[in-house]
Structures are given as C-alpha cells and as structure tokens.
Design a protein around this ligand. Structure first.
Ligand SMILES: [Zn+2]
Length: 347
C-alpha cells in the first residue's frame, strides 16, 4: 500500500468506529496516528451514541474513559431523545435509566410528533402512552405530512382520525411532493383534493425528478377535473346501515325524529336515503334529478342536503308516514335551514 492509501484506510477504520484496527495498521505501516486524533474520534463515537465502540477504542488507544464521563453521555442521550443509544449505553456501563426522566422524554417525544422514540421510551418504563397525548402526537404528525405515523398514533389511541386532520395531512403531503400518502389521506377523509394542489404536488415531484410520482399527481388532477365537469347526475340508494358506517355524523345533519304534518304520527316513518353524485345547480339539473328519483325509485317527494357525503356528493332523504301514507313528513326540531327543499310536494 502507498502511504496515501494507508492514511485513507486508517481514516476509514476510524470513521467506522474500528479504532483498534486503525491503531494496528498505523503500527505495522508506521503511518502517524496521534493521541489527539484518537481522542477526537472517541469523543465523536460518544457523541454518535456509540458507547461500546468508544470503550473498545479507548482501551486499544490506552486512553482512560471514566465512568463519570460515560454516565454523563447516557444523560446526554436521554436529553437528546436518543432513546436507543441511552438504553444501549446504560446496559453497557451498567447504569439504570431513571424512570421518571424516561416518562418525561416519552411525553416530550409525543408532543413533538416523534412517535417511534416515544413508544420506545414508554416500552422501557412498561407504560402505555396516554390517549390524549397520542392524539396530540397524531395531529402533529399529520401537520408534518407524516400520514403513517399519524395513523399509528391514532390507532394506539383507539380513535378514528378526524377528516379535517386527514385533509391537513393530505395537503402537506401534496405540498412536499408526497403524492401517495396525500391521496391516501384524502381517501381516508372521504374527500377529493383540489386539482390545483395535485398539480403543485406533481410539480414538486418533477423538481425532484420523481417522474412516476409526478405522473400519478397529474393523472389525479386530471381525474378531478373530469369529475367536476361531468354533467350527469347519478343517484344511488344507500341503506341507513351504510350511512351509519360512513364518516358522516347523521345526528348532526338533521336526521332527527320526524313527524307527519298531516296526522301528527311520529312513529313508523319510512325513510330512504340516496347518494347523489353532485348537487343540482340549474333548473335543468333539478328536473333531471326529479325525473331520476321518480323513474328509478318511484319517489316524488324528497329533500337534498348538499355536499355532505364528500366529493361534492349530496344526500337525499325521502320520508313517508307509515300511518297515513303522507309524504309531508318534517323534522320535529324543524331546522329547515339544514335542508334545501327541491320540491315542495304539497298537494
Ligand atoms: Zn301521517
């Protein structure tokens, strides 16, 4: 080996934490290796969290490493939330980790959205992270566009992530060119992203020369545009069961107790629900929807709630009195503003 190669080899050993090998090489070849240099590397190993490599290296170099110095680093790892390094180092030097401190660190990690480190900390102290802290953590992850971390936090909290948080996450993903988690987040929220933000995502992917992702983003933008331009209205009957299983909170959407205007009956009201692909905007649209409802479902009297099913889809409700057969059934709470009546239907 030439001198240059020897020096390069020694440096490589030192960088990788193989100090004994570097020292041997230096001895055999006569290449210089100063104690200061070795000392510097040992500090570097310790900073990196490589406790064992530092101890082995110091032994090979004949440098003393006091227990105080080492335990000082264990505390340093904890402060820097390097949980793995702290655990490893504490095991090596036989120093038990302070439980209260780890509990605090676990909580701090959750507050920073560092779910993996947090879970590691809680695992060490054999405790479960508190539910509310997990949700805070999940929301921070979502804000940072880290969908899978956020989902994990919510899953551990046994909660379903709210639509709004998922949309925030989706938008962040798109802004940083993460098309796949972005689309996934929107899908989970049962929402459609705006075509503009999908294009922004595509541009971000192009900048990083990720052409497949860019294509995916632009195709998604195209689809949204086509969907928005689609003129046909489609209606599909959905069961109450399906409605309940969807993320729509039907209790808050005016689906309360109903009463027949004609006979005052409050029980046995027959209700049917339909999903409408987009909300009618023009008189022609309304006529088209009336026709569809009558021909396909035999319903002449119904109400539409706009844009409640996501993706611009509306919800149709048709109620018939089980007592007198009247179609003039209204909500007891009478919050008529919640509804847009398309057709009065009064005879
Ligand atoms: Zn009635």
């Amino acid at each position: 080996m030439t001198d240059e190669k020897v020096v390069a080899y020694i440096k490589k050993c030192l960088d990788a934490g193989r100090m004994a090998e570097a020292i041997d090489t230096s001895k055999v070849t006569g290449a210089p290796l100063s104690k200061e240099e070795l000392n510097g590397y040992i500090r570097k190993y310790l900073e990196n969290g490589w406790m064992q490599k530092a101890i082995d290296g110091a032994r090979a170099a004949g440098i003393e490493l006091s227990k105080d110095v080492l335990s000082g680093y264990v505390n340093k790892y904890l402060e820097k939330e390097k949980i793995y390094s702290a655990v490893d180092a504490s095991r090596i030097i036989g120093m038990p980790l302070p439980k209260e401190k780890i509990a605090i660190i676990g909580k701090e990690c959750l507050r920073k959205g560092k779910i993996t480190s947090a879970l590691e900390a809680y695992k060490i102290i054999k405790e479960k992270p508190p539910e509310e802290e997990l949700i805070i953590c999940g929301n921070i992850c979502f804000k940072n566009g880290l969908l899978s971390d956020g989902l994990e936090a919510y899953k551990l909290a046994n909660k379903t992530p709210p639509e709004d948080e998922l949309v925030i996450c989706g938008n962040m993903c798109f802004n940083i060119g993460q098309i796949t988690p972005g689309l996934e987040a929107y899908k989970l929220a049962n929402k459609t992203p705006a075509k503009e933000i999908l294009r922004i995502c595509g541009e971000a992917c192009l900048l990083e020369k990720r052409t497949d992702d860019a294509r995916k983003a632009f195709v998604a933008a195209q689809k949204v545009e086509e969907m928005n331009n689609s003129k046909t209205i489609q209606v599909r009957e959905i069961s109450l069961e399906e409605l309940k299983n969807s993320k729509i909170d039907i209790s808050s959407k005016g689906f309360g107790q109903k009463v027949c205007s004609d006979c005052g009956n409050r029980t046995g009201i027959k209700e049917r629900y339909f999903e409408v692909s987009r909300c009618p905007e023009t008189k022609e649209d309304e006529e088209e929807l009336d026709k569809l409802m009558k021909i396909q479902h035999g319903i002449e009297n119904f109400i539409v709630e706009l844009d409640v099913l996501g993706n611009g889809r509306g919800l149709i409700n048709s109620s018939i009195c089980g007592n007198c057969g009247s179609k003039d059934v209204v909500l007891i709470s009478g919050d008529a503003m919640e509804y847009i009546e398309i057709k009065a239907g009064k005879k």
